[in-house]
Ligand binder design. Sequence first.
Ligand code: FCB
Length: 488
Amino acid sequence: MPSNLTRRRALLTAAGAAALAATTYGSAHTAPRPAQTPRRPAPGFPEGFRWGTATSAYQVEGAAHEAGRGPSIWDTFTGEPGRIRDGSTGHVSVDHYHRYKEDVALMKSIGARTYRFSIAWPRIFPEGTGTANPRGLDFYDRLVDELLEAGIEPFATLYHWDLPQALQDRGGWESRDTAQAFGDYAAYVASRLTDRVRQVFTINEMQTFVEQGHETGNFAPGLKLPLGRLNQVRHHAVLAHGLAVQAVRASGRRGTKVGPAENIATALPAVETAENIKAAELATRELNAPYLTVMLEGRYTDAWLAKAGRDAPRFTDQELKIISSKVDFVGLNVYAPSQYVLASEAAPGFTPVPFPSSHPHMASSWLLLGPEALYWAPRHAARLWQVKDIFITENGASAADEISADGAVYDVDRVMYLRNCLMHLQRATAEAVPVRGYFLWSLLDNFEWADGYATRFGLVHVDYATQKRTPKLSAAFYREVISRNALA
Ligand code: FCB
C-alpha cells in the first residue's frame, strides 16, 4: 500500500450525504452574493434536461461471491499476475452492493435526477445461459426501488464488460452463440425489470471491450487476435446489440426505451470552416464503421470493407437487419477527441492532424483535453444518422484527488474539465442538437479496470480501506449546475 494512503486516511473528516450538505465548499445556497451584485440569468440547458451519474457493476459492486453470482472474465483476468497495475480486483471494490442506500443518498444530495448502472450478467445467469439464478435480480430490485423512492430515474446497462466466464470458455465473443445468449439474457432482464426501469442501454462501449480485450489484450479476456478473428468479434458485438434491442421490445413492458451506449470515436474540425466540418463528419462515420455506423446505417461502409479485405467478418443480410434494429435513443460516451482533421481534396476527403506531444491531458494519459468533443460528438451523430434523442452516457475526468489538511478534496482540475465540457455541451443544446441528458462518470471512485484503484474518476472520494465516502469539490460544482440547470 502506498505510504501516503495512510496519511490521507488520517486526514479524512467528512463523509456521506450529510458531508456534502454541510460542506464548506460554498454554493449559491450557503454563500449568497451581495445584493448589489448584478446578475444576468445565464443561458441554461433545456427544461427537463436529465442530469445524472454513472457506474458499472464490476467497478463498484464487489460482493463477487454473493447470492449465486458466477465468475466473470474480469474475475479471471484480475487473478492473473501483471494484468492490473496495482494488482487489485473488483471482489470488494467500493462495496456498493451493500452500501447502495448510502450511495443513493449521495446521489440525492447532489440533486441527480437519473442514475445509470449496469447489471452483472453472471449474477443473473452464472453459467451465461440456461436457468436464471433465482436470486440474481434481487440486488437490482432493491436498488431500483431505492432509486425510485429517492425520485431518481434508473437507466440500466445490460453489458458493461463482465462476460460470464462460462461463455468465454465456450469461445466468448468469437462465437455467434454469445450474441444469442446475450439476447436471451436481455429478454429475461427486460421481462423482470422494465415495470420500473423504463430506459435500457444494451452494451457499453463495444469499441473498448472489443479492442482492449481482443486486440491489445489490455482488458479481459486479454486476447491479441489476428484481424480476421477480431473483425468477427466486432460483428458479434453489434449483432448482440441488435438481438438485445429486439428482446427488450419483445419481452419488456410496452414503451420501454432502448439504445446503445457507445464511445463514439469523434473527429473534430481543426479549424471550424464548412469544409473542415464536413471532413470531420466523414471521418467520424469511417472511424465508427464497425460500431455505430453499422448499427445506425445497417451496412458496413465500402471503405471499411475494402480495407478489411479478406479479413472482413462473415455476415448475412438478415444479420445486418438485426444489427440495425430501430433504437429509441443513442447514448454517447465522450471523453477525449479521437483526432482533429482538416479537409482534403483527395479521397477520403479528410486528413488527420496529429496531436502534438505537448497536448494537455488529465491524470490518465489517454484523457487528452478536447472539450469541444461534447459539442461535435452529438452534432455529428444527429447529422450523420438523424438521431433524434441523444444522451451523453459518460463524461468525466481522472485527477490526483489529494486530500487537503482540512480533509476536503479540492479537485479544481476536474471542475475545470467539467465546466469546459459542459460549456461545449451547452453550445450543442443551444443549437438544438437533441441531447436529452448527461451522466457524469462517475458517482464514486472505483475499480478503473487495468489501472486498478489508483486512477480516480469519482465526484465522491472513497477511502478504499474504510469505505468512507467524501464528496469532492466537483460534487458541489455539479450540484450547482443541476440546481440551476445552467453553468452560472
Ligand atoms: C469508460 C468506461 C468506464 C470507465 C471510464 C473512465 O471507457 O466505460 O467503465 O472506465 O471509461
